[in-house]
Design a protein around this ligand. Structure first.
Ligand SMILES: Cc1cc2nc3c(=O)[nH]c(=O)nc-3n(C[C@H](O)[C@H](O)[C@H](O)COP(=O)(O)OP(=O)(O)OC[C@H]3O[C@@H](n4cnc5c(N)ncnc54)[C@H](O)[C@@H]3O)c2cc1C
Ligand code: FES
Length: 287
């Protein structure tokens, strides 16, 4: 009789295929708002997970499918684990929201380039995040704050539609309390609990100053917020190559093979998702 336990390859090309998800446990699951949940993810068997903030993973929910999700943490905070913030919008994200701590998902990746942290080193950094845009920006913010002396002036602007939609309240408190960060928060529409600034995120720009030759702006948020924020930083004199953003496209493989994420000659899953505004403008213009 054949000994099947020894005939199954434990390692090899199939086991290492980038198309095969690795099993991971949801170590912590917490509701952040009515629509978003926080997940702390741990690969089974203690496998290390190396990544750069701004990269993304493909999350496989068994029986439902796979979705691209940004890694929202920095390795400076969570050693072997990584974190995600997921908005429930449909079939797969809905199934992910129904999972509890201790249950498993499949993880492929990390994919993409991530934020150019070495380029930011020694520079002033202006983070502008709108709504769920805080998720891809958060890992870079953590990296900068955990290596604070490597950077110049750090400014964080964050806006949500209403107070109830503010994400990562513990982080917001930390940024508020730090004396080495200029942190400004706004909501589009206040409720009875809100005593802070009200107005779209661009209304915060009159409260800050930008040194255009030494600042990089990291801008992530919905298209309308991105458009008007870019106009603000351009009018402050920031060159296009100093404006960084993270693009979202429908994705399948994450490996530059299927073409789902292709814009012109660029595969967003591999060449991005982080691009300079100069690159994004050229892509739009087909240059
Ligand atoms: C690089 C990258 C990083 C992402 N990071 C995050 C993250 O950190 N947190 C998070 O919550 N979401 C993130 N997304 C979006 C997430 O992948 C989609 O919300 C998800 O694929 C929807 O799948 P679903 O099966 O739940 O929804 P579906 O049932 O497929 O669709 C429901 C609705 O969501 C829309 N939708 C589907 N895919 C996308 C997409 N890629 N972008 C925008 N809308 C979409 C559909 O058009 C439809 O209106 C990211 C997407 C990309 C490409
Ligand atoms: S997702 Fe397949 S090529 Fe980018």
């Amino acid at each position: 009789m054949t000994d099947t336990t020894t005939s199954v390859p434990q390692k090899g090309p199939a086991a290492e295929s980038p198309y095969l998800p690795r099993i991971a446990e949801l170590a912590v699951v917490e509701a952040l708002t009515e629509r978003e949940k926080y997940f702390r993810v741990r690969l089974r068997g203690g496998s290390p997970f190396e990544y750069v903030p701004g990269q993304f993973v493909q999350v496989w929910v068994y029986g439902y499918g796979e979705v691209p999700i940004s890694i929202c943490s920095s390795p400076t905070r969570v050693d072997a684990d990584f974190e995600m913030c997921v908005r429930e919008v449909g079939r797969v994200t809905g199934a992910l929201h129904r999972l509890q701590a201790g249950q498993t998902v499949g993880i492929r990746g990390p994919f993409g380039n991530g934020w150019p942290l070495e380029t930011l080193r020694g520079q002033d950094v202006l983070f502008v995040a709108g709504g769920l845009g805080l998720a891809p920006a958060r890992g870079a913010i953590q990296h900068v704050l955990d290596n604070r002396s490597d950077f110049g002036k750090v400014t964080i602007l964050y806006g949500a539609r209403t107070p109830k939609e503010l994400l990562f309240r513990r982080d917001l408190k930390e940024w508020e309390e730090r004396s080495d960060v200029d942190f400004l928060l706004t909501v589009d529409r206040a409720d009875e609990s809100w005593t802070g600034h009200t107005g779209v995120i661009t209304t915060l720009f009159e409260k800050i100053s930008i040194a255009p030759q030494t600042t990089y702006a990291v801008i992530v948020g919905p298209p309308v917020m991105f458009k008007f924020t870019v106009l603000e930083v351009l009018s402050a004199g920031l060159p296009e190559h100093r404006i960084l953003c993270s693009l979202e496209r429908h994705m399948k493989c994450g490996l530059g093979k299927c073409g789902h994420c292709q814009v012109g000659k660029v595969y967003v899953c591999q060449d991005g998702p982080v691009f300079t505004y100069e690159q994004v403008r050229r892509l739009r213009e087909g240059i």
